[in-house]
Design a protein around this ligand. Structure first.
Ligand code: TPP
Ligand code: MG
Length: 383
């Protein structure tokens, strides 16, 4: 019998009607970013929480301004500012319990500080040192992570391990819009959903990956929609509305803690400053766009709400500003002291046995430093 005859004799039974493995509808994000401030939902927001958020936002903005000034004075190597994104930074830290873990990206120094890490220690890496500066275990804050999205699989691993051990731990991992195009983002979300790991992914969609606008980064309807493909809920929130971000993240953390698995939260926000002090944002975006976002400012949104509800007066605003000034003065005083840095330390702790490339780079840096020392005027330093 030929193959064709065999095929003809084959009478397959029709397949059963196809069903999705789960109903995708509950996973879909809202059509509009969720808002609280200026809406009816604001009346239900806890006044104490709103006041705390306000004080933290004011402090956060001052921290950004001070750190940026320190880069101009040569006291800080680089600073990725979160001016305009303070609501996301602060809410991410405040929704976690003491035993939970925060996994920040390089932009999230403010979240790290809001979590309780010393403001000076939090800048160690950005100062050019080889180590994180703070003890990750003390505050349960992973190191600021520069390779895009690589903090996400780490967060999933930690959350999954905690669950296997029966520990009550949730991990909250932060990433930018550009980071969602990385393979690590895909792998982290996929594993998180398969394992139902207690992890919350917070994407701060600030419109740009350095100079690359979101439209050139993704064709997805929204970044929150990406959640559905992995089988987890996606939430869309106004990232400049501190009360809304706090509520959405709190819900996601509670859901994860209760064994409900991961959530992807996309916060729509805007990076008001340049990518870092080393970037010129006027080359890829106009002033009008920045001005539009300044009118949707996280501090002003909250200030308007608090004032309307009689929860904030001039004295309250001044108290928040004074506390922020005191923090900035302290930061300046500490950062103006010369750190004891040896550039050669950069090479010491990479591998137990340095590779040939690493040895080559180390020798090159050493030679450059020695050459510089010879040409430097009396009393000069490399610091
Ligand atoms: C794996 C990797 N590739 C490239 C870079 C260089 N890089 C640093 S920041 C950045 C843009 C990231 O944009 P986004 O994720 O939107 O975060 P944002 O800076 O806006 O907070 C890029 C491409 C990097 N740090 N890591
Ligand atoms: Mg971005």
């Amino acid at each position: 019998m030929t193959v064709m005859e065999q095929r003809g004799a084959y009478r397959p039974t029709p397949p059963p009607a196809w069903q999705p493995r789960m109903d995708p509808a509950p996973l879909l994000p809202d059509a509009e970013p969720y808002r609280v401030l200026g809406t009816e939902a604001a009346a239900k927001a806890d006044p104490e929480l709103l006041r705390t958020l306000y004080a933290q936002l004011v402090r956060g903005r001052r921290y950004n301004a001070q750190a940026t000034a320190l880069t101009k004075q040569g006291r800080l190597a680089v600073y990725p500012s979160t001016t305009g994104q303070e609501a996301c930074e602060v809410a991410a830290a405040l929704v976690l319990k003491e035993q939970d873990w925060l996994f920040p990206s390089y932009r999230d120094t403010l979240a790290v500080v809001a979590r309780g890490v010393d403001p000076v220690e939090a800048l160690t890496l950005l100062r050019g040192d080889w180590h994180t500066g703070y003890d990750p275990y003390e505050h349960r804050v992973a190191p600021l992570c520069t390779p895009l999205a690589t903090q996400l699989p780490h967060a999933v691993g930690l959350a999954h391990a905690a669950r296997l051990k029966g520990d009550d731990v949730v991990a909250l991992a932060m990433v930018g819009d550009g980071g969602t195009s990385e393979g690590d983002f895909h792998e982290a979300l996929n594993f998180a959903a398969v394992w139902q790991a207690p992890v919350v992914f917070l994407v701060q969609n600030n419109g740009f990956a350095i100079s690359v606008p979101l439209a050139k980064q993704t064709a997805a309807p929204s970044l929150a929609h990406k959640a559905v493909g992995y089988g987890m809920p996606g939430r869309l929130v106004d990232g400049n509305d501190a009360a809304a971000v706090h509520e959405v993240l709190s819900d996601a953390v509670r859901h994860a803690r209760a064994g409900g698995g991961p959530t992807l939260v996309e916060a729509i926000t805007y990076r008001v400053d340049a990518h870092t002090n080393a970037d010129d944002a006027t080359r890829y975006r106009g002033d009008a766009e920045v001005e539009t976002w300044r009118e949707h400012d996280p501090i002003q949104l909250l200030e308007r709400e608090l004032t309307a509800r009689g929860l904030l007066d001039e004295a309250g605003k001044q108290a928040a500003r004074d506390a922020a000034e005191a923090m900035a003065a302290d930061l300046r005083a500490h950062m103006n002291q010369d750190p004891a840095l040896d550039p050669m330390d950069l090479f010491t702790h990479v591998y137990a046995e340095p590779t040939s490339q690493l040895r080559e780079q180390r020798d090159q840096v050493r030679a450059e430093l020695e050459a510089e020392a010879e040409t430097e005027p009396e009393g000069g330093t490399h610091r």
